[in-house]
Design a protein around this ligand. Structure first.
Ligand SMILES: *[C@@H]1O[C@H](CO)[C@@H](O)[C@H](O)[C@H]1NC(C)=O
Ligand SMILES: *[C@@H]1O[C@H](CO)[C@@H](O)[C@H](O)[C@H]1NC(C)=O
Length: 314
């Protein structure tokens, strides 16, 4: 083999690692979420009207149901609460594995909807906020569209050229400078959140975290533009083929290595609290959020996630 040929061959072999190709390292479907994630029965740090239960309780009460290609995570929709109760029973699942640079692809059929709900699919480092937080799917009170957000320590702002279809709602990711709002981007896709997301049968969320920054994509279930590797949960994915993300957080003014550590993946559903409670009336919801959550269990019949699968690539 000539030296030139050898170099070309070598270039071809190493090219995927330098490009945007990632190999699948974890796949979660149905009961994989019971073994690969931990139900955290903890107090909500954002002061929600919630009672997170452990896995045994969640399964016994069918708040968590895992079978085949289905993971249902829901809130108690039968119990009327009194003021002395800790909150509406719900679940918070956290991955046992941690991930640094990686890609996640979520195939979600249904997400929690309704006044008072604050669902989230997100990631964060245990040394928060020093290791950062990436919110992928989040909103409150049936807000029209999804908001993807970074939360960091100081010195991380959104700079450089952003290539995205969404709308920025803040350029400083520092939790202390923004009252923990961070730097968010709202999707302009009406099907990205709540009732409209559910009416379409949900869709796919994908997030890429690399030294170049963070990108988040959404494709509704019936979109003609879903990349084949996303649709099929392929064993490798190439984010270069995914088109323009709705949220782009380039690393130009945010050094990734010093603001983001190893992340656990979390999926949770809380109620009221710092965000949903604060804008409850402004969002057109009736009365006081805590009272509403306590007294109207049947309002939470559609407050559930139905996840087909989650794939992680590194
Ligand atoms: C649930 O998710 C939201 C969104 O990131 C987060 O702010 C909140 O603290 C979470 N609650 C718990 C207890 O995990
Ligand atoms: C638990 O929830 C699943 C999914 O919604 C449902 O199919 C099943 O019938 C429920 N089981 C019981 C015992 O209610």
């Amino acid at each position: 083999m000539s030296a030139t040929r050898a170099l070309l061959t070598l270039a071809c072999l190493v090219a995927p690692a330098l490009g945007a190709t990632y190999a699948q390292t974890d796949s979660y479907q149905g009961s994989d979420f019971l073994s690969g994630f931990t139900h955290e029965a903890i107090a909500d740090p954002t002061h929600g009207r919630v009672n997170y239960v452990d896995q045994a309780t969640a399964v016994a009460q069918n708040l968590t149901y895992a079978s085949g290609d289905t993971l249902i995570l829901r809130a108690d929709d039968t119990t009327v609460l009194s003021a002395s109760d800790p909150g509406r029973s719900s679940v918070r699942l956290q991955s046992n594995n941690v991930y640094s640079n990686h890609v996640t692809v979520w195939n979600i059929r249904h997400m929690p909807q309704g006044c008072g709900t604050w669902p989230a699919v997100w990631e964060y480092g245990q040394d928060w906020p020093n290791q950062g937080e990436i919110d992928i799917l989040e909103g409150v009170n049936d807000h029209a569209t999804d908001q993807a957000t970074l939360h960091t320590t100081s010195g991380c702002t959104v700079g450089g050229t952003r290539t995205m279809t969404g709308t920025s709602v803040g350029d400083n990711c520092d939790v202390n400078a923004t009252g923990n709002s961070g730097c968010g981007v709202t999707s302009n896709d009406a099907s990205s959140y709540g009732p409209a997301f559910n009416a379409a049968g949900g869709g796919f969320y994908a997030m890429e975290r690399s030294d170049a920054g963070v990108k988040v994509w959404f494709w509704s279930r019936n979109s003609g533009a879903i990349p084949s590797d996303v649709l099929g949960g392929a064993t490798s994915v190439d984010t270069d083929n995914w088109g323009t993300p709705f949220a782009d957080f380039p690393s130009a003014s945010c050094d990734m290595a010093s603001h983001f550590g190893p992340h656990n993946i979390v999926i949770n559903l809380t109620f009221c609290g710092d965000w949903a409670g604060a804008v409850f009336a402004a969002d057109g919801c009736p009365g006081d959020c805590t009272t509403y959550v306590d007294e109207n269990p049947s309002a939470f019949t559609n407050a559930y996630f139905d996840v087909a699968w989650l794939k992680v690539y590194q």
